[in-house]
Ligand binder design. Structure first.
Ligand SMILES: C[S@@+](CC[C@H](N)C(=O)[O-])C[C@H]1O[C@@H](n2cnc3c(N)ncnc32)[C@H](O)[C@@H]1O
Length: 270
């Protein structure tokens, strides 16, 4: 296997961190392992040539391949259930009572293969029941990896992805694909999630602010200044009274944000 020289390693991780926030400064082996085949399929002799190319003349497609390889996309339905319980038991009842425009604006930022936004969509449908038709319940789901977004739009998942989801929901919102232990989201469920490419390092310019932003297990790969700046951008894109949910293993620096702590990994704009 080809190895990365220290200078090439530093150039590559600095480039990735600046443009995409992801801190790979301690992940030399991961980069080598995940990019080795790309290097050869693109016809480069070694990492030196590849890094030089990526930094000076890469196309959008080359960057897409790089991001597909280097992002960590692990996720499953109902991951970190306490957030979803809080969403169903506290946030949804208040939103449904107070939102006169009948628009729920929810963003799954760093949605990976889609299990998080589809879980949210199911919770909303379960909560609203027949009333769902009178609401705009579409969820915005974004990621920088095209590969995971395509999988999310396809909406087909292996049985193990549903291990924490009630069986009844699997029957209602998914259909079994062929003889394989795979399940596909129903067209109705798919239609409720809008998947888009979005780099969280970019300014947030979506049409309306959000009632709830889920950005869970994404910022663990960012350094502190990048994280603080992103949380600040989230804050300015949150409706008053709205929430930010981060991963259960993550924390927010109290002194660098105006969000108020509600409970572990849940913050609110007052
Ligand atoms: C581990 S997954 C988290 C999925 C889901 N939120 C969860 O908690 O299960 C992290 C996702 O963040 C995405 N990501 C990393 N850096 C990003 C950036 N700068 N902009 C947008 N998405 C990013 C990755 O592509 C990956 O799919």
């Amino acid at each position: 296997m080809n190895t990365l020289k220290e200078t090439d390693f530093v150039r590559l991780y600095t480039f990735i961190q600046k443009k995409y926030g992801i801190n790979l400064s301690k992940k030399k082996q991961l980069i080598e392992g995940r990019l080795n085949s790309t290097l050869f399929s693109m016809g480069f002799e070694d990492f030196g040539e590849y890094v030089e190319y990526i930094l000076t003349q890469s196309t959008e497609k080359d960057i897409e391949t790089l991001l597909n390889k280097l992002t960590t996309n692990y996720t499953y339905f109902m991951r970190e259930k306490t957030h979803f319980d809080f969403f169903s038991n506290h946030i949804l009842p208040a939103l449904v009572k107070n939102k006169k425009d009948k628009v729920l604006s929810i963003w799954s930022a760093g949605c990976s293969t889609g299990q998080e936004p589809y879980t949210l969509s199911i919770l909303i449908k379960e909560f609203l029941g027949k009333d769902a038709a009178r609401w705009d319940t579409r969820i915005l789901a974004t990621d920088i990896s095209q590969k995971v977004l395509l999988q999310a739009q396809r909406g087909v998942y292996p049985a193990e992805s549903f291990k924490d989801m009630p069986k009844e929901w699997l029957r209602t919102y998914f259909t079994r694909v062929g003889n394989a232990e795979q399940y596909e989201a129903t067209p109705e469920l798919k239609a409720n999630v809008i998947f888009r490419t979005f780099n969280l390092m970019d300014p947030i310019k979506f049409r309306i602010p959000f009632d709830v932003i889920f950005c869970r297990n994404v910022m663990i790969y960012f350094n502190q200044p990048t994280k603080d700046a992103l949380i600040n951008r989230f804050y300015h894109s949150t409706n008053p009274g709205g929430y930010l949910m981060i991963g259960l293993s993550e924390t927010i620096n109290k002194n660098s944000t105006e969000y108020k702590y509600v409970m572990p990994a849940i913050y609110r704009k007052l």
